[in-house]
Write a protein that binds this ligand. Structure first.
Ligand SMILES: *[C@@H]1O[C@H](CO)[C@@H](O)[C@H](O)[C@H]1NC(C)=O
Ligand SMILES: *[C@@H]1O[C@H](CO)[C@@H](O)[C@H](O)[C@H]1NC(C)=O
Ligand SMILES: *[C@@H]1O[C@H](CO)[C@@H](O)[C@H](O)[C@H]1NC(C)=O
Ligand SMILES: *[C@@H]1O[C@H](CO)[C@@H](O)[C@H](O)[C@H]1NC(C)=O
Length: 395
């Protein structure tokens, strides 16, 4: 009897202890759990069950027109701020080889000090002459910049920029600090410049300066769209983030406080690393930036807000990478469009990926079979979530 009682006692003790331990664990890991599981669940529920973003129009509408650009002390808090241009080429889209009929206006989001990255891009995928002479495509490439945030280095860097621009005439710079929290200003620069100086472009692309763009594949994809029925309208294509929740952890780079965005889910948007919009969508985004509050500093998300307010939804393409780097293989090169994280190996990759033998290898029944097998091996591994999804192996 006595022993029995003690045993029950012990069992209860163990039970109590385990419960306590589990509770402690949950409490300790709550932040992580909240971030990784709960906020995503909330977000997906919102995205797929409620799926109404009607509030975006009203809550992001500019409150008073008189505020425009007046409050110069804090650019992030006012609505439409039109910073003056420091370096500009209004005529960049007209004239030149191919005349005014521009297939693609390509903005590269760069920073003042990234001279080398810009040079590598000009020598490789951003080479307009290559696009014209090898692909017959009229592509215009410009670099979007602000001013160097460090006052001490600013004038030196600015002089170097001016020199660089005299050689290449492809920089577009506005007078805002080139910082992470001003990326939305850079987005607005792109759509405003496009609207003012290159309205005729069939497509507009926005790209980071550390990505790789397979220009021949991109051009042939865009041509396909143009020749398909109505395919070149209402297009916003890239690597789509669906139902992404705002990050509430204070220590995150992408921390967004409740008063900036109180809802559990962002509208769908494409990764800012590289996406393409058709000319009509570019015009719609331009108009949205005139009436919406741009204090949302994550530029991709702000783009999503603008698009949602204008009734545009993004569509995914398996060969636009989000944050990841593509595997190096000819069977990937013959399909890839963008790949992220190429600050240093752009030249090498360009040489390899645009080699004419790349396409030869994947031709024919056997070539196709071989390449599909290789792509399955490269992309369909469990836990591999870097660039292209497993689906990309079968296209
Ligand atoms: C934009 O939104 C922010 C934060 O929600 C707010 O502080 C600011 O006053 C708004 N600006 C305008 C011009 O409506
Ligand atoms: C750009 O492409 C053209 C045509 O293919 C080529 O002649 C030229 O050398 C390239 N420019 C650079 C800087 O690589
Ligand atoms: C953005 O640029 C403006 C204009 O230079 C500046 O006043 C503001 O402080 C910058 N904002 C951030 C967050 O860097
Ligand atoms: C939201 O605002 C935009 C621009 O003002 C307008 O074109 C669009 O129809 C509005 N959408 C809704 C759902 O009210």
């Amino acid at each position: 009897m006595f022993i029995n009682f003690r045993r029950i006692h012990k069992c209860q003790c163990v039970q109590l202890l385990t419960t306590g331990l589990v509770l402690c664990m949950v409490m300790v890991c709550w932040e992580e759990l909240d971030h990784h599981v709960v906020s995503h669940m909330r977000s997906y529920t919102y995205r797929y069950l409620v799926n109404s973003y009607d509030f975006l129009n009203s809550s992001f509408a500019l409150t008073s027109k008189s505020q425009h650009g007046k409050d110069g002390s804090n650019g992030a808090d006012v609505g439409v701020v039109n910073y003056p241009y420091l370096i500009n080429h209004p005529g960049k889209c007209g004239g030149g080889a191919g005349g005014d009929d521009v297939l693609l206006l390509l903005f590269v989001k760069s920073s003042p000090e990234n001279f080398e990255r810009r040079q590598a891009i000009r020598d490789t995928w951003g080479n307009e002459s290559f696009a014209w002479s090898e692909l017959g495509a009229n592509v215009r490439v410009v670099f979007a910049l602000g001013v160097h945030p460090d006052v001490g280095r600013r004038s030196g860097v600015q002089r170097a920029l001016q020199r660089e621009d005299r050689s290449y005439r492809d920089l577009i710079q506005q007078d805002f600090l080139d910082t992470f929290h001003n990326l939305t200003s850079k987005l607005i620069l792109q759509f405003h410049w496009g609207h003012e100086h290159c309205r005729q472009a069939r497509f507009l692309m926005s790209a980071d300066d550390d990505i790789f763009v397979h220009m021949p594949n991109l051009v042939s994809y865009l041509r396909q769209l143009l020749s398909s029925q109505s395919g070149a309208k209402d297009l916003w294509v890239g690597h789509v983030h669906r139902g992404a929740p705002p990050i509430r952890r204070k220590e995150s780079k992408y921390h967004v406080p409740d008063d900036l965005y109180p809802w559990p889910s962002y509208p769908d948007y494409t990764a800012g690393a590289g996406y393409v919009v058709s000319g009509d969508v570019a015009a719609k985004i331009y108009h949205a930036t005139l009436v919406l509050n741009s204090s949302m500093y994550i530029d991709d998300v702000f783009m999503g807000i603008c698009a949602k307010a204008m009734g545009v939804s993004p569509q995914g393409h398996v060969y636009f990478s989000g944050e990841g780097k593509a595997p190096y293989h000819p069977c990937i090169y013959d399909h890839m469009i963008t790949s992220h994280g190429h600050a240093t190996d752009v030249r090498l990759l360009w040489q390899e990926a645009t080699d004419p033998t790349v396409y030869r290898r994947s031709r024919g029944f056997m070539g196709n079979l071989y390449c599909t097998a290789v792509r399955v091996m490269l992309l369909c591994r469990p836990y591999y979530q870097n660039t292209y999804s497993c689906m990309a192996a079968f296209t």
